[in-house]
Design a binder for this molecule. Structure first.
Ligand code: TXA
Ligand code: MG
Length: 350
């Protein structure tokens, strides 16, 4: 059973961080906060630790892990050539919610990269994460610290629920800041490609780099084209109940969800509804949860996984959600919500 230790970025428990480092160096697993979501850490240069991570999460071992660093000069030893554009991006967004895919060096075992010749690298901005990575020797492989398929954890409690029995230590650093995983940019081809949208949007990347593309496998929901990040092809982030997204004008969406909820009630079933501050009082039936105000997209992003997990504690068997195509993070929010819903969309008034 995992030892749980609590600390904040302002008051680091250096003793506990040192212990975490020792656990990691010996091949053990430690969950820790980052600015995006909680990560499940293992020594990235130790193939046995990576195998343990896959086992603890129940994750297929062909789905590569992200290697976390906490100093710029730790990048060169684990990668091949660093393209100029990758350098520019690292300078602008590291430390931060950005992961870059580069060709890997021999230092990184294939177990960590799911058999690929490329490696995903991220330099998180969270201070607890940074100190722990340094204490572990500089390279920590960390997927999100959830059981494979479930919503990513944004609190230590979520990690305890999913992995409390499987791992050695959990560092509780409170709520994460962003709440959605890092933006992944692939530099292994001529033009940089976004494999997973996040807090750093396509437009922000294009502003810095010029030509940047979105992975075709992400845009095509009918999915004959496979996403390039192996992790993006699985159903993911899913609550236990069936989830469908209702899209259309606000009026039509509220009306449709009310009808669906009333219909379910007639059959003696309770539905879950993911609403916003603007609409929550307009739903008459069901378990209504507001994800935040439409005017604050960062709040919506921050609450998404927590809201999806909340329904797991209830008797709800189907969930209807409004859509959130907000200006900057909308792409990332809808990417996760669509995956959670298995791309089930109910289109109204079109
Ligand atoms: O914000 C984040 O990135 C969090 C925190 C903990 O840092 N980590 C995270 O890791 O989201 P994970 O394992 O849940 O997601 C990693 C994604 C997967 O979709 C995986 O397939 C993809 O990155 N990936 C990793 N290495 C790759 C590679 N070499 N080529 C293509 N995709 C890769
Ligand atoms: Mg994940």
């Amino acid at each position: 059973k995992a030892e749980v230790v609590s600390m904040t970025a302002e008051h680091l428990d250096l003793d506990a961080i040192c212990r975490a480092g020792e656990i990691l160096k010996k091949g053990g697993l430690v969950a820790f906060p980052t600015e995006t979501v909680y990560g499940l850490g293992g020594d990235a240069l130790n193939p046995d630790a990576s195998m343990k991570i896959y086992a603890a999460k129940g994750r297929p071992s062909d789905n590569p892990l992200i290697v976390h660093i906490a100093e710029f000069d730790k990048l060169a030893p684990i990668v091949g050539e660093i393209p100029e554009k990758a350098r520019i991006l690292a300078e602008k967004y590291w430390p931060g919610p950005l992961t870059m895919i580069l060709s890997k060096s021999d230092l990184v075992p294939k177990e960590t990269t799911g058999g690929l010749d490329s490696v995903a690298v991220r330099f998180p901005s969270d201070r607890i994460a940074q100190e722990m990575i340094k204490a572990a020797g500089g390279y920590v492989a960390a997927p999100s610290a959830n059981t494979s398929g479930r919503p990513s954890p944004t609190t230590a409690q979520h990690v305890i629920e999913d992995l409390g029995e499987e791992i050695d230590m959990i560092i509780d650093g409170g709520q994460v800041g962003i709440g959605l995983e890092s933006t992944i940019v692939d530099f292994t081809e001529d033009v940089p490609v976004v494999l997973r949208p996040g807090y750093i949007s396509l437009e922000m990347l294009q502003k810095t780099l010029g030509d940047v593309r979105m992975d075709k496998g992400l845009i095509a929901s009918d999915s004959k084209v496979r996403p390039k990040a192996p992790g993006m092809k699985y159903r993911h982030y899913a609550p236990k109940a069936d989830l469908a997204i209702v899209e259309g004008s606000q009026e039509a969406v509220v009306k449709k969800i009310n009808e669906l909820a009333a219909e379910a009630k007639a059959h003696g079933e309770l539905v879950g509804i993911i609403a916003t501050d603007e609409t929550k009082d307009r739903y008459q039936e069901g378990l209504v949860v507001s994800i935040g105000s439409r005017r604050e997209e960062e709040t919506i992003a921050h609450h998404l996984y927590e809201v999806l997990r909340e329904f797991d504690q209830s008797a709800v068997r189907s969930i209807y959600s409004e859509a959130f195509y907000t200006p900057r993070m909308g792409q990332a929010i809808m990417n996760r919500l669509l995956k959670a819903a298995g791309h089930k969309i109910i289109q109204v008034d079109k």
